[in-house]
Write a protein that binds this ligand. Structure first.
Ligand code: SF4
Length: 316
C-alpha cells in the first residue's frame, strides 16, 4: 500500500485513499523495515531486519484495542488493510488477528504481502481468512528474483512461486497480483513475456502494474516509461493511475510537525503534499519545510523531478 495517509496510534494508519482498494484503514503488525526481501525499489530504503522468522511483534490485544478506536469512524473507510512497512505475514498471529477484526467490523479485510512465505502451510492458512490477498510478483526466475527482490538467503524463486501457486489453488477470496516494473530489467528482451507466463498461471482476479514513483532503496532504480506501463495495463485490463494522488492528508495528531514525521516514517512525502497539508491546517508551509530541511533525522531526496522527505533509515 503506497499512499499518503494519516497516523493516529502506533499500528493503525489512515484513512488512506488507496488506488487499488478505495478508502483504507491500515494496520501495521510489524516493526518498520522488517522483511524477507530487500527490494531495490523499496521506498523504506534497504531492509534493516531481514528475516523469515514469524513472531508476534505486537500483542494482539493491543492491536485490537487500537482498532476499537475506529469503530465510530466506520463510514469513513471501505476496507481494512494489513500492510506493513515490511512483510505483514511475518506477524505470527495474522490469521487470529483477521478473525478478531472481523468480529469488530463488517468490512472486507485485505492483506498486502510480498508472497514470499506462502510456501509455509501456516501462512497460507492464516491468509485464507482475508477477503482480498494481494501478493507481489516482480520476477520470473531466480536471477531476476535476486536482482529485484534480494530475498532472504533460503528463499529461492521456485520456493516462493510454488507457494503462490499452492495458495492460489486453495484460496476462495479475491486474489490480486501487483507487479513492480523496473527500467532496464522488466522492460528488457522477452522478460515481460516470461513474467506474463508466470502471472497467467496464477490466474489472478486483477493485476496491478506499478513502477517506482517514490524514492527507491537503490539510486540506479528508475521507473519504466509510461508507454511500457500502459501497454501492460491494457494487456492485464487494469487501469491504475501511477501518479501519486493529490489527496488531503489527515492526522489525529494535533502537532502538525509530529504528524508529518509519523507519516514520513512510513512513506516519503513530496513537498507539494506537505505544503497542502500545512495549508489545510492553516499553518505556514515555508516554516514547516524549513524545519524539515534542518532536521538531521530527515533526509531530502530528489526523485523524478520532485523533492521528497523521509526519515533517515536508522531513525525509523
Ligand atoms: S518493497 Fe515491500 S517486500 Fe520489498 S523490501 Fe520493501 S517492504 Fe519488503
Amino acid at each position: 500500500m503506497k499512499q499518503m495517509g494519516s497516523v493516529s496510534m502506533n499500528n493503525i494508519f489512515g484513512i488512506v485513499p488507496s488506488r487499488r482498494l478505495g478508502r483504507s484503514l491500515g494496520v501495521s503488525t510489524i516493526p518498520i523495515s522488517t522483511c524477507s526481501y530487500s527490494c531495490v525499489y523499496c521506498q523504506l530504503g534497504r531492509t534493516r531486519n531481514m528475516t523469515i522468522r514469524r513472531h508476534n511483534f505486537f500483542k494482539i490485544d493491543d492491536l485490537v484495542m487500537q482498532l476499537k478506536g475506529y469503530q465510530d469512524k466506520k463510514d469513513k473507510f471501505d476496507v481494512i488493510t494489513l500492510v506493513g512497512e515490511g512483510e505483514p505475514t511475518l506477524y505470527e498471529q495474522t490469521g487470529e488477528l483477521i478473525k478478531r477484526i472481523k468480529q469488530l467490523f463488517d468490512k472486507p479485510i485485505a492483506l498486502i504481502t510480498n508472497g514470499s512465505l506462502f510456501f509455509l502451510e501456516e501462512v497460507r492458512q492464516d491468509c485464507m481468512h482475508a477477503d482480498i490477498v494481494m501478493p507481489t510478483l516482480d520476477a520470473w526466475d531466480d536471477d531476476s528474483f535476486k536482482t529485484l527482490n534480494r530475498p532472504f538467503k533460503t528463499i529461492t524463486f521456485e520456493k516462493m512461486y510454488n507457494g503462490l501457486v499452492d495458495f492460489r489453488g486453495e484460496y476462495k477470496g479475491d486474489f490480486y497480483l501487483e507487479i513492480m516494473c523496473v527500467k532496464g530489467i522488466t522492460d528488457q528482451g522477452n522478460n515481460m513475456a516470461l513474467l506474463t507466463e508466470k502471472i497467467n498461471k496464477l490466474n489472478p482476479d486483477k493485476v496491478f502494474v506499478n513502477t517506482p514513483v517514490r524514492p527507491p532503496a537503490e539510486k540506479w532504480v528508475e521507473r519504466c516509461t509510461k508507454e511500457f506501463i500502459e501497454k501492460l495495463q491494457k494487456q492485464f485490463k487494469t487501469n491504475t493511475d501511477l501518479e501519486i494522488p493529490d489527496t488531503n492528508l489527515y492526522s489525529h495528531n494535533l502537532d502538525l510537525y509530529q504528524a508529518i514525521i509519523e507519516i514520513i516514517k512510513r512513506h516519503p512525502l513530496d513537498q507539494s503534499s506537505i505544503e497542502k497539508f500545512c495549508k489545510n491546517r492553516e499553518e505556514d508551509p515555508e516554516q514547516m519545510i524549513k524545519r524539515l530541511s534542518e532536521d538531521k533525522n530527515v533526509e531530502r531526496i530528489k526523485y523524478e523531478n520532485k523533492v521528497f522527505y523521509r526519515i533517515k533509515s536508522k531513525k525509523r
